[in-house]
Design a protein around this ligand. Structure first.
Ligand code: HEM
Length: 257
């Protein structure tokens, strides 16, 4: 089987993952940027969001509020979000849809389960995109402004996950994003020639699948924590009275201790 590093330009690849090659003009640069953005910053953000920030929910509402407060009080937080999260995700997603639409004919270059993995990478990206749009809208831009009221964050998440259809969307979105990222790490390593050779790539695939289990397992554990603890302030939708329009000014904000 051809490894990522053993193909020459113009050679037809029948197995393995095609390396990204120079000499394809702007689309080469965009493909490289798309590939890299999946790891940094988008993947790095997903890692932090699930394995660090949301895992604090397992400890309880106070720990979760402290973590949200820490993030909300980072200097220039809006610009960190804009340039570190929203714009990179928008670029990766929109260019990802373009790659999907173009159907860049590398179906047979996805190894072993070929077509299936190729399709899964696209659909999990699409599902993650729908989930991310909805999740950002409801958590960041509507209802309680959690940057101003981090102490209400646990309750705000509970208000969603106590409704079965929303909980289902959380679970599906979490699993789709985790799969997409974990298998994406494998693709990235093959395309950039970091892990080469059939044996090494097979072993690394197992590492990536283990990472998928850890990532989605940690996410499911935090969802369970939101569901299993008593309702916190702000959880019952009728009691959500603070809106983004009447949040305190930055000077009035107090980090949660
Ligand atoms: C949860 C956020 C996301 C993360 C962490 C992420 C991460 C990654 C990573 C690491 C890769 C592998 C890079 C490579 O192929 O070299 C990748 C590939 C890909 N992503 Fe994403 N991604 C995310 C969201 C999306 C979205 C919303 C779409 C939209 C459809 C998308 C579409 C794609 C496509 C089509 C590929 C495969 C490119 C190829 O086969 O050449 N991704 N992603």
């Amino acid at each position: 089987m051809a490894s990522a590093s053993s193909t020459a330009p113009g050679q037809v690849v029948t197995h393995g993952v095609a390396p990204l090659r120079a000499g394809q003009g702007i689309s080469f640069v965009l493909r490289r940027l798309h590939s890299l953005s999946g790891i940094v910053p988008v993947g790095a953000f997903l890692f932090e969001h699930i394995l660090v920030s949301n895992s604090t929910a397992i400890t309880g509402p106070d720990a979760y509020a402290r973590q949200v407060s820490f993030l909300a009080n980072l200097p220039l937080v809006f610009f960190l979000e804009l340039f570190g999260i929203w714009l990179p995700i928008a670029f990766h997603a929109l260019y990802g849809f373009y790659i999907w639409y173009r159907g860049d004919g590398n179906t047979i270059q996805y190894p072993w389960s070929g077509n299936w993995m190729y399709t899964a990478q696209r659909w999990t990206g699409g599902i993650a995109f729908a989930y991310i749009l909805w999740h950002t809208w409801t958590m960041r831009f509507t209802g309680i402004d959690l940057h101003a009221h981090p102490e209400l964050s646990f309750g705000k998440v509970q208000a969603e996950v106590f409704r079965a259809p929303f909980l289902l969307f959380y679970v599906v979105g979490l699993i789709a994003a985790s799969w997409h990222f974990a298998y994406g790490i494998w693709l990235f390593s093959a395309k950039w020639g970091i892990v080469t050779g059939e044996k090494a790539q097979k072993r690394f695939l197992i590492v990536c699948l283990a990472f998928f289990v850890v990532l989605s397992g940690a996410g499911l554990a935090s969802l369970y924590s939101f569901r299993s603890r008593p309702m916190q302030d702000g959880a019952a939708s009728g009691r959500i009275t603070v809106t983004i329009a009447d949040h305190p000014t930055a000077a009035e904000r107090r980090p949660v201790r």
